[in-house]
Design a protein around this ligand. Structure first.
Ligand SMILES: Cc1cc2nc3c(=O)[nH]c(=O)nc-3n(C[C@H](O)[C@H](O)[C@H](O)COP(=O)(O)O)c2cc1C
Length: 199
């Protein structure tokens, strides 16, 4: 079975990471890293209160044992080491603080360290930076990472699948992120096709 690392950081839009997690679990084991700054935003934006005992609550929310959850202060987690094998890492959404930490190689918490290790080991890394507008500092950090092959894929919706509601717009974004890793899905209708079967 494949294995991915998914980090959810304290930008608006943790629902994107939560929805991505649901899709990844159909295919893979997921090492899930959620920054402590994110839990209040998850509560505020989704009504899910995961701060106390997140491993138990997230496991029962998704009814799976495929999730391995780690606190962002746990520098002993598997993803902190290059010897831990995985098929790539997503940071969805990615705050400007985590973006800066990854771009500078500061590795100040488990998420930044896991991204640093993913880069040094030459594994796929995708960031979904979320801020509006971006400052020149943010853009420089993104450019620096893009130049070394990190996928910079912010949550920017497309309207050609004619979304009827917010769920479909979120599915479009999740599908685009999965595409970057070659992970199959039927989350949106592709250009030139008639329905989500994409044939
Ligand atoms: C409700 C709320 C929304 C936020 N939205 C964003 C955002 O969209 N982008 C961002 O870069 N930071 C945002 N922040 C600030 C980050 O949470 C803050 O910089 C934090 O230190 C990020 O830490 P982390 O990357 O370790 O999760 C938000 C904070 C709050 C409380």
């Amino acid at each position: 079975m494949k294995r991915y690392v998914l980090a959810i950081t304290g930008a608006s839009g943790p629902i994107f990471g939560i929805r991505l997690l649901g899709e990844l679990l159909k295919h893979a084991q997921v090492h899930l890293l959620i920054s402590h700054n994110t839990f209040p935003i998850i509560a505020e934006e989704t009504g899910l209160y995961w701060a106390d005992d997140p491993a138990e609550k997230i496991g029962s929310h998704f009814a799976t044992d495929r999730i391995c959850f780690f606190e962002d202060g746990n520098m002993h987690a598997p993803a902190a080491s290059g010897s831990f094998q995985h098929h790539g890492m997503f940071v969805v959404p990615c705050s400007m603080k985590t973006l800066a930490g990854i771009a500078s190689g500061y590795a100040n918490n488990l998420i930044e360290r896991a991204a640093d290790v993913t880069i040094k080991e030459g594994r796929p890394l995708l960031l979904a930076p979320r801020e509006m507008p971006f400052s020149p500092i943010h853009i420089e950090n993104m450019l620096k990472l893009s130049r070394i092959g990190v996928k910079i894929a912010p949550p920017v919706p497309g309207f050609y699948p004619r979304p009827d509601n917010l769920d479909q717009m979120i599915d479009f974004m999740v599908g685009k992120w999965l595409d970057q890793f070659g992970i199959g899905h039927d989350l949106f209708r592709r250009w030139g096709t008639k329905d989500n079967s994409n044939e």
